[in-house]
Design a protein around this ligand. Structure first.
Ligand code: NDP
Length: 284
């Protein structure tokens, strides 16, 4: 019989919606024999400071931050990892010897999933979207050595701001293209990413506006959408002969990066992928 839990981690969000990370992290803990719990906490904006101090006081190893806390948590931390500093948002806090270190594992999870197929170094990337997911992916790909990042977005101000951030803060070059009608992918693109919410359940038939004839078999095509994993966008890319990465790969890998930071133990990614598949099995 256990007298106490060795490790507590969790998520601070408001409202605390159903969170697949609870199930996938727990699946990895069970598969790797780690005596720990991941707890989903509803933390009101005014209570964030108390929640953070409570986590330290209770010996938590760390926690994820979801909206609206990703930016508000920054002044409460002792240190920021490079990507979190550039992105300006933290989705993962590591508590080490009482010190709070802010990380952003969204982009790292994406790049880890991508590295299973291709190294981003020297690659030319097209990213659709300029929200939080696009920001994390663009910065992490640039830090991973991508040579050029084109941001394609409807909202001009948001798209220009992200392209400017990448160009000013990393060694990659970056430009913005306003998204009007079907976008024709440049033949020089190596990696293409849908980082918008287009295709997310229940709007599974919504179309990412790309000219399908411009997908080339050498392009690696990725989608951030976790539900369903096989999106219409990925289906169109596969029909053109492209290799693809789905959003569940990104989610499992960002949880694996967080678990390694919190516990020092490699997560069981296969157990997490199986859990995600059982939660969101759907095709588009
Ligand atoms: P944001 O709200 O910050 O950004 C949404 C982006 O999608 C914006 O760029 C927006 O464009 C664009 N967009 C929305 N609707 C359309 C449309 N109809 N046509 C074209 N562009 C559109 O969201 P996030 O960046 O936080 O999240 C985006 C998606 O990524 C979500 O579905 C989320 O679930 C997923 N995600 C997946 C993760 C994973 O691990 N797999 C991790 C994090 C997020 P505009 O600026 O013009 O409004």
């Amino acid at each position: 019989m256990r007298s106490f839990l060795s490790t507590l981690v969790g998520s601070f969000a408001h409202p605390a919606a159903e969170n697949p990370t609870v199930a996938i992290v727990q699946a990895s803990f069970e598969a790797t024999g780690v005596d720990a719990r991941y707890i989903n906490c509803d933390v009101l904006p005014d209570a964030l400071g108390d929640a953070v101090r409570g986590a330290v006081a209770q010996g938590w190893r760390g926690f994820n931050c979801s909206l609206p806390h990703k930016v508000a948590v920054v002044p409460l931390l002792d240190e920021l990892a490079e990507s979190a500093q550039i992105i300006g948002a933290v989705n993962c806090v590591v508590i080490r010897d009482g010190r709070l270190i802010g990380e952003n594992t969204d982009g790292r999870g994406f790049v880890e999933a991508m590295r299973e197929l291709r190294d981003p170094a020297g690659q030319e990337v097209v990213i659709f979207g300029a929200g939080g997911a696009a920001r994390a992916i663009a910065v992490e790909l640039a830090l991973g050595g991508a040579s050029r990042i084109t941001i394609v977005n409807r909202d001009k101000a948001r798209g220009e701001a992200l392209a400017g951030l990448v160009a000013d803060s990393t060694d990659a070059s970056s430009t913005f293209v306003e998204w009007v009608g079907d976008f024709a992918l440049p033949a020089s693109a190596d990696i293409v990413v849908n980082a918008t919410s287009v295709g997310l359940y229940p709007d599974v038939h919504a179309r990412v506006a790309v000219e399908q004839s411009t997908f080339l078999p050498r392009m690696l095509v990725a989608d951030v959408i976790t539900n369903p994993p096989r999106t219409r966008f990925l289906g169109e890319a596969e029909a053109s002969g492209c290799a693809t990465i789905d959003g569940q790969g990104m989610l499992a890998n960002q949880a694996a990066v967080a678990l390694q930071l919190w516990t020092g133990i490699d997560a069981d990614k296969d157990a997490m992928r199986r859990e995600l598949r059982s939660l969101f099995p759907g095709e588009n």
